[in-house]
Design a protein around this ligand. Structure first.
Ligand SMILES: [Zn+2]
Length: 320
C-alpha cells in the first residue's frame, strides 16, 4: 500500500492520482502490467481514456457493493470511459490489446490483467445465420471495426473476414480502410477506378459511396469505420464491373447494410460472381453494399467456426 504523497507519471498518458481509491484516504496500489496495457490501448485508440475507478481498498469495495474478489482490490483493474465510444467498442479494442478480464457495463468498460481470461456483460451484438452455402453475420454498425494483421488467415483467432485488395507483386494493401477516424490504409496507385466504399459514421448511419481517395472526400473524424471494395449498389454496377479475373466463380465476401434491421450484413459464399453477390445482399434485405477481396484469398471465421481459411497472409481484416 502506498499513501500518495506526490503524484507521479506512470506512463506517457497515465498518472498515479488517476488510480487512487475514491474512499478519500489517498490510498493506491497499481500493477504496472495494467498501466502498460492501458497505455497500449490509449495508443491504439488514439483518444484519451478516463479512469472512472482504479484501486479500491477492501473496505471501499465492500461499501460500494463491488464483487467479493474484485480485481480493483489487487490494483490490476480499471473501469474506463472513452469519449464518443460505446463501452462495447472499447471492450473490443481492449480484446485486441490482450487484456485478461473485460466486462461491458452501461456506461463504462472494466479491464484488468488478472492473468487469465474472463468476459462478462453484453457482448452479443452479432447474430449468425446460414442459408444454403452462405454464411451470414448481422452486426451493429458501431461494433464493426478493422484491424491490420499481417498474419496467415488460419493463424488469426476470433471471428473475422478479410478486408480489401492487395497489389499482388508487393502484397501491399491498396484498399483504403478507416478505423476510428484514422486512415490505416491509404489508397495506393493501382488503377483509376473509383471504389465502392462502405462508410459507417460515428452516429451509426451507413453509406456506400463511389470515391477515389476517402481522405480527400470525407471528414475522417466523422467516420467510425470505412472500407473500400468493389462497388455493387445502390450505384450503377456498370460504373465498376468486377474485373474478369475475379468475376469467375469463386468464394466471395460481400458486405452491405440492411436499413430495416439497422444491421451491417456480411455474407460469405462459394460460386459467387458480382451479380450473385449482389443478389445475396438483396435477398438479405440490403439496399447498399460492396464486394470485398480481390480473388482467391477469401478468409472468414464466424461464430467460432472456420468458414474459409487459408495460409495466405492477410493484411487487414474486419471484425464485429
Ligand atoms: Zn471494474
Amino acid at each position: 500500500m502506498i499513501h500518495v504523497v506526490k503524484d507521479m507519471q506512470l506512463s506517457k498518458n497515465f498518472r498515479l492520482s488517476e488510480f487512487v481509491c475514491k474512499e478519500g484516504k489517498n490510498e493506491v496500489y497499481v500493477d504496472m502490467k495494467l498501466i502498460n496495457k492501458l497505455q497500449e490501448l490509449r495508443d491504439y485508440i488514439n483518444k484519451s481514456i478516463e479512469v472512472v475507478s482504479g484501486y479500491r481498498s477492501p473496505a471501499y469495495n465492500q461499501a460500494i457493493g463491488g464483487a467479493e474478489d474484485s480485481r480493483h482490490m489487487y490494483g490490476d483493474a480499471a473501469d474506463i470511459k472513452v469519449k464518443d465510444m460505446k463501452p462495447l467498442e472499447v471492450g473490443r479494442m481492449a480484446e485486441q490489446i490482450g487484456f485478461d478480464g473485460i466486462g461491458i457495463y452501461d456506461t463504462w468498460t472494466h479491464v484488468d490483467t488478472r492473468g487469465y481470461r474472463a468476459r462478462w456483460g453484453d457482448w452479443a451484438t452479432a447474430t449468425f445465420d446460414k442459408v444454403g452455402t452462405t454464411d451470414i453475420v448481422y452486426a451493429d454498425p458501431l461494433s464493426v471495426y478493422g484491424e491490420i494483421v499481417k498474419m496467415a488467415g488460419n493463424k488469426i483467432t476470433g471471428d473475422f473476414v478479410n478486408g480489401g485488395f492487395y497489389e499482388l507483386s508487393t502484397m501491399t494493401p491498396i484498399s483504403p480502410m478507416v478505423v476510428n477516424g484514422a486512415l490505416l490504409i491509404k489508397r495506393l496507385a493501382h488503377d483509376t477506378v473509383r471504389r465502392g466504399t462502405l462508410i459507417i459514421y460515428r452516429d451509426g448511419t451507413v453509406q456506400v459511396k463511389m470515391i477515389q481517395d476517402i481522405d480527400k472526400e470525407e471528414s475522417l473524424s466523422n467516420i467510425h469505420f470505412a472500407i473500400s471494395g468493389f462497388n455493387m449498389f445502390p450505384l450503377n454496377l456498370s460504373a465498376e464491373l468486377w474485373p474478369d479475373d475475379i468475376s469467375r466463380k469463386d468464394w466471395r465476401t460481400v458486405m452491405g447494410y440492411n436499413p430495416a434491421k439497422g444491421k451491417i450484413v456480411i455474407a460469405v459464399r462459394p460460386d459467387t460472381t458480382a451479380e450473385r453477390g449482389k443478389k445475396t445482399l438483396v435477398n438479405l434485405g440490403c439496399d447498399r453494399g460492396i464486394g470485398l477481396d480481390a480473388g482467391g484469398s477469401t478468409n472468414a471465421r464466424m461464430n467460432g467456426k472456420a468458414v474459409r481459411l487459408t495460409d495466405r497472409v492477410l493484411h487487414n481484416i474486419i471484425r464485429w
